[in-house]
Each structure stands twice: as C-alpha cells, then as structure tokens.
Ligand binder design. Sequence first.
Ligand code: PNS
Length: 164
Amino acid sequence: MRTVAVYPGSFDPPTYGHLDIIERSSRVFSRVIVAVALNIRKNILFTPAERQAMLRKLTRQWGNVEVTEFRGLLIDFARDQGAHILVRGLRAISDFEYEYQMAHMNRKLAPDIDTVIMMTGERHSSISSNIVKEIAMFGGKIDDLVPPLVRDIVFKKMKGAKRR
Ligand code: PNS
C-alpha cells in the first residue's frame, strides 16, 4: 500500500526535532511531503522561500521526502496531494492539548484523513523554533538544537534584524 503523508508546520527555523520526525516518517511512509505553512498567525522570522530552502538542503538525503508550501486549510492541501495522513511531532505533555484539538478538528473536517502523532526523540524534546530564536537573539549557543546550516542562517538573520 502506498502511503502519502503530509508533515506540516511553520519550520521557523527547522530544528533537529523536525528532522528527527522527518527521518522517521520517511521510513514509515512511502512519500512524505514537508509542508511549510504560509498563512499562520505567528511572528515569523524567515520567509517561506528561506524556510523551504533550508528544509530542501536538510532533507535531500531522503529520496521519498519533498518540501513545498501550502496556504489555506491543511486538509484541503492534503487532499490535493492525495495524502491521507498528517504527521505531527509531540515533544511533551504541554504539546498535547494543542495537537489533540488540531487532530480532532482536522478529522471532523476530513474523516478520511488521519493524524499520526510521533513522539519526538528524547534528545530533542526540549527544542522549539522559538527557543532557538530566543537563544540566538542573545548570542547563545544553538549548535545542539539546529544543524550548522540553520545556525549560520539564524545568526545572519539576527544580525540583519539588529541593524534595522
Ligand atoms: O509548526 P506549527 O506552527 O505548530 O504548525 C501549525 C500548522 C501550520 C500545522 C497549523 O497551524 C495549520 O495546519 N495551519 C493551516 C490552517 C488550518 O488548516 N487550520 C486548521 C487546523 S485545525
């Protein structure tokens, strides 16, 4: 059976936690579509093109993973792609309520699409994109949180933001 899964998120920026979920999903599903959300009510630091470029470079080692963007409802995008699975990572119990609500809502809207929750590996369970940005903003070390490619882009962006 061919299983097509969408792994949606803000990825602002991608972290080792995201990569852990992508790698494991690529072993479980036939095709994994990493989908960068465009219309989110959040303060976003990186443009959609920057977020996708980082993800493309970081995932090119996995042949069944592709990166794209989506606008509008996630379930509409998943249907367009012929995907019946949404993948989300769960780091800690604090994530649970949000993920639970989202999974239920998406299932209500699209009963043919299931959410599969993967537990983030314990090494990555405290990483979040927001924490990465905050540590970097004050000049802290983020090497254990994001790959070198992302680290360099984050610091470059922070420098540019400070100058403005
Ligand atoms: O990485 P994030 O910010 O936790 O990802 C959240 C995301 C983008 C998956 C979620 O906000 C989303 O699916 N947005 C698209 C709009 C949508 O379908 N909303 C209904 C969800 S119940």
